[in-house]
Design a binder for this molecule. Structure first.
Ligand code: ZN
Length: 126
């Protein structure tokens, strides 16, 4: 007799089926480019390409976007072209506008007081 390694309640019923919400069945993702019958991915279509880029400005993997292998290869080339033309960032720091960190503001020294107004130039000389 094999003893269970944990004392958690057995979530398997006598007939071997699991109780609860049932088996996790992931929703089958479909390649958006195949649906639209896209032959070539336009590297100038920044708004579309940006969806395939993470917040860290990295190219999203296929398992997250559902893009097929053929279109993922074309997409990667298009994203890299867009980066080269500065349409898309290489790093998150290049996302415009640059975020201003609160800690920088808090630790920054106070600006120097404005200089006194210049003394009036005496008239009648020269
Ligand atoms: Zn596809």
């Amino acid at each position: 007799m094999v003893q269970p390694r944990t004392n958690r309640p057995n979530k398997y019923r006598k007939d071997g089926k699991r109780e609860g919400r049932g088996k996790y069945v992931p929703k089958r993702k479909v390649c958006a480019f195949c649906v639209d019958k896209v032959e070539t991915i336009d590297y100038k279509d920044v708004s579309k390409l940006r969806r395939y880029m993470s917040v860290r400005a990295k190219i999203e993997p296929r398992r997250r976007t559902g893009t097929c292998a053929k279109h993922q290869r074309a997409l990667a080339v298009a994203l890299k072209r867009a980066r080269h033309l500065a349409l898309l960032p290489f790093t998150p720091a290049q996302f415009a506008p640059a975020p201003v960190r609160q800690s920088v503001i808090a630790t920054a020294p106070a600006p120097p007081p404005p200089p006194p107004p210049p003394a009036p130039v005496p008239q009648g000389q020269g």
